[in-house]
Write a protein that binds this ligand. Structure first.
Ligand code: PLP
Length: 369
């Protein structure tokens, strides 16, 4: 193949999504497969969504509202900001991409953590960033390490709190310290995909208020995790209207479907479903902590809906052996953490099936010395 392409692509490998259940059923001839690989909501989604989507379907011959006016207003009201400070996207994935396209140019200095959401790396490299990767400290973000590589020229800093896949978090004090350390010309992207799950008292619950004080900060949220709507693709970003205005120039005009807008309007109101989700997550977290301890496996404490643990075996081999037993999780896939995997917290039953399969796999595969 001789067609020429952008040389930036040579440094990029495709994103590896969690394996779909149907693939594993087909490939391995398994009937019962559980997926704890993509941090999806094991309780489904709010029952209010179905009716809203069916109603919106009746209008599917029309283009969606490209400005998502009602949804912006709903989000603005819920979080106490002006509608001009809200921008919905096709998942926060799309926003990560749009941010990279809007703010990064070849040679821009961009900072991210070693073990975090892989899309930051792919999109930064795509735009030709000079990417600085800060190693983890005790499985968490080392914001002191971020400060050491920051310069007044730094274009963008990617932060994920609570972090995927480690589940770790940094405190409000640490966040404020970093925000004070960056130049007002540096964009701070603050991805809170797991915000709703965080329970630690030092977790910064008021990030959206911080946007008023730090206009160089964007807060990213999603309905894919706690709200259980990963398949409908809705993320939203809160930030200074001037930043959102730049991003808006390159956004696809109909990036959020009418079905998704209707679903989100219904889902955002259902506090009861959200509370049930968080309660299930907290119970699953305690169960999995106890079981990982019983099995003698190190793990990271989590503020999210997933736990990263050290299998003390090759992570790929553990992943494959679990697949054969109908349990899909995810190896972390970062060289320094080749024995670590991430499991999403499921229902009580799914967690139990996972632990039973893991115990069998640990007996089958000898630990690395
Ligand atoms: C899941 C996830 C996202 C993407 O969410 P979508 O809204 O489904 O695109 C973004 N950031 C992090 C850290 C995630 O884990």
């Amino acid at each position: 193949m001789t067609v020429r392409y952008r040389p930036e692509l040579n440094a990029i490998s495709p994103y590896q999504p969690g394996k779909p259940i149907a693939d594993v059923q087909r490939e391995l001839g398994l009937e019962r497969v559980i997926k704890l690989a993509s941090n999806e909501n094991p309780l489904g989604f709010s029952p209010r969504v179905r009716e809203a989507v069916l109603q919106a379907l009746e209008q599917a011959n029309f283009y969606p509202d490209g400005n998502a006016t009602l949804l912006k207003e709903k989000i603005a009201e819920k979080y106490g900001v002006a509608p001009e400070m809200v921008l919905p996207t096709c998942g926060s994935d799309e926003m990560v991409d749009l941010i990279a396209k809007t703010f990064i140019e070849p040679g821009s200095q961009v900072i991210m953590a070693e073990v975090t959401f892989p899309r930051y790396q792919i999109t930064s490299l795509m735009m030709g960033a000079d990417l600085q990767i800060v190693p983890m400290k005790d499985l968490g973000y080392d914001l002191g390490g971020f400060k050491e590589v920051l310069t007044p020229q730094t274009r963008l800093v990617w932060l994920c709190n609570p972090n995927n896949p480690t589940g770790s978090f940094f405190t409000r004090g640490e966040l404020l310290d970093l925000l004070e350390s960056v130049s007002p010309e540096t964009l701070v992207v603050y991805d809170e995909a797991y915000y709703e799950f965080a329970t630690h008292p030092e977790y910064p619950r008021d990030s959206i208020e911080l946007v008023q004080k730090y206009p160089n900060m964007l807060v990213l949220r999603t309905l894919s995790k706690a709200y259980g709507l990963a398949g409908l693709r809705l993320g939203f970003t809160i930030g200074h209207p001037a930043l959102l205005g730049l991003i808006n120039r390159i956004r696809n005009p109909f990036n959020v479907t009418s079905l998704t807008q209707a679903a989100a309007l219904a889902a955002l109101d259902d506090e009861e479903f959200l509370a049930r989700t968080v309660t299930n997550n907290n119970a699953g977290k305690e169960y999995l902590y106890g079981q990982l301890e019983r099995l003698g496996l190190p793990y990271g404490k989590t503020e999210a809906n997933h736990i990263m643990f050290d299998s003390r075996r090759d992570g790929q081999a553990v992943f494959q052996a679990l697949l054969r037993r109908g349990v899909i999780i995810r190896p972390v896939g970062v060289p320094r953490y080749s024995t670590w995997l991430r499991v999403s917290i499921g229902t009580a039953e799914e967690n139990r099936v996972f632990i039973q399969a893991l115990e069998e796999v640990l007996a089958e595969l000898a630990p690395l010395s």
